[in-house]
Design a protein. Structure first.
Length: 389
């Protein structure tokens, strides 16, 4: 490979949540951190070069969005997904979660019903509840090796809702949704008058041979009844730069969102946000392809190793993302005991599956976005703990 994903980078002492935050969460620092969803690979070098070049100028002043920033986004989504967008549709937001929170306040009122599909990215639930909206859940259906949408339940539970938050691709299950599922979601939400937020932050991490389908491309109904959230932050390992965007084709929805954002100047960005996005989308194809191949190798290694040495812990192979959903239900443990096992016996810091909803009980989320040697050490510790049971 042209790029070195085997390099071990010491992130201790950099205020990295994944590393320096372990003490606060677990009360110890001797765990392998495999929880927070950033990668332990070096941020893509062309992004670091762009940041360094900007720092050559000694003034970090207010920064505008150049045409080259917009054009980089337009070219990337067209070449990668066939999605046609214009400059006017693109709205900067300081991260996907803040962007969803802002859009939730722009398009709904307190008490309005918001539906999610657990087990799902946990901020969807707490954004809804902290903003005093009413949370409605429509759990996904487990089909042996992967989740699918329960469309019969979806049709019933969406009634009366104002908003549906779609995780596309899905986190933590790693599902690339089938086009038929997304078409049905688009039809139902259009007919019921429910706006769709599509969180597509893991789109660029879709693993071959799977292909991501932007929700806005599914149909004209989907395009005009949705807000799509995208960012290079996960794929190019730059979440600390808070650079994301909301794509809104519908001019009426766009005007409503911008009115809310303008009221508090929430879309100003910062000195590194726009140049980092431009660098990622203008130079990132080769780096990303090699990164995805490396991640796939990590998942393959985990899957084979656990099948051979700890068969009651099953890898739910992700179709997208470096986040691996581990099915531990055959171990017969309570969630509390399962968490204790991973921390005290295996010495691994993972995400508790129950944080994604009660439907996540019996599962753990494992971050495979790290050098292979770290994966090997983590698997060895996990199997040693497993065999001592």
């Amino acid at each position: 490979m042209k790029f070195n994903f085997d390099e071990i980078i010491d992130r201790n002492g950099t205020d990295a949540v994944k590393w320096d935050g372990m003490k606060e969460v677990w009360g110890r620092t001797d765990l392998i951190p495999l929880w927070v969803a950033d990668m332990d690979f070096a941020t893509a070098p062309f992004i670091m070069d762009a940041v360094r070049k900007r720092c050559e100028n000694p003034v970090l002043g207010y920064t505008c969005k150049s045409d080259s920033y917009y054009n980089a986004i337009i070219r990337w989504v067209k070449s990668r997904y066939g999605l046609d967008v214009t400059k006017e549709m693109i709205n900067y937001v300081p991260g996907i979660v803040p962007g969803i929170g802002m859009a939730m306040n722009a398009f709904t009122e307190k008490g309005d019903k918001v539906m999610i599909q657990p087990p799902v990215y946990h901020p969807f639930a707490w954004l809804t509840e902290r903003n005093e909206r009413t949370l409605v859940t429509c759990p996904l259906r487990w089909e042996g090796e992967m989740y699918r949408m329960d469309m019969a339940a979806f049709r019933e539970r969406i009634k009366g809702c104002k908003l549906f938050i779609l995780c596309n691709p899905h986190n933590p299950g790693g599902v690339v949704w089938q086009e038929e599922e997304l078409q049905e979601v688009a039809r139902i939400c259009h007919d019921e008058g429910v706006l769709v937020f599509s969180d597509e932050i893991h789109a660029d991490l879709t693993l071959p041979p799977y292909r991501h389908r932007p929700f806005a491309m599914i149909s004209e109904e989907a395009r005009m009844n949705s807000v799509t959230f995208m960012s290079p932050s996960k794929a190019f390992n730059m979440p600390g730069l808070s650079a994301s965007h909301a794509i809104i084709p519908n001019p009426e929805l766009r005007a409503r969102f911008r009115k809310f954002m303008d009221a508090c100047e929430l879309d100003l960005g910062h000195a590194f946000a726009f140049l980092a996005v431009e660098a990622a989308y203008s130079n990132g194809t080769e780096w990303l392809e090699q990164c995805l191949a490396y991640i796939q190798g990590n998942v393959d290694y985990m899957d084979e190793y656990l099948k051979a040495n700890a068969p009651k812990i099953k890898v739910v192979r992700p179709q997208a993302s470096y986040l691996v959903w581990l099915d531990c239900r055959e171990m017969g443990m309570t969630q509390e005991d399962l968490n204790r096992f991973f921390v005290e016996k295996a010495r691994l810091a993972l995400n508790d599956g129950a944080m994604f909803g009660k439907e996540g009980e019996g599962f753990m989320r494992f971050n495979a976005g790290c050098p292979r040697s770290v994966i090997e050490r983590a698997m060895k510790q996990l199997v040693e703990a497993y065999q001592q049971l």
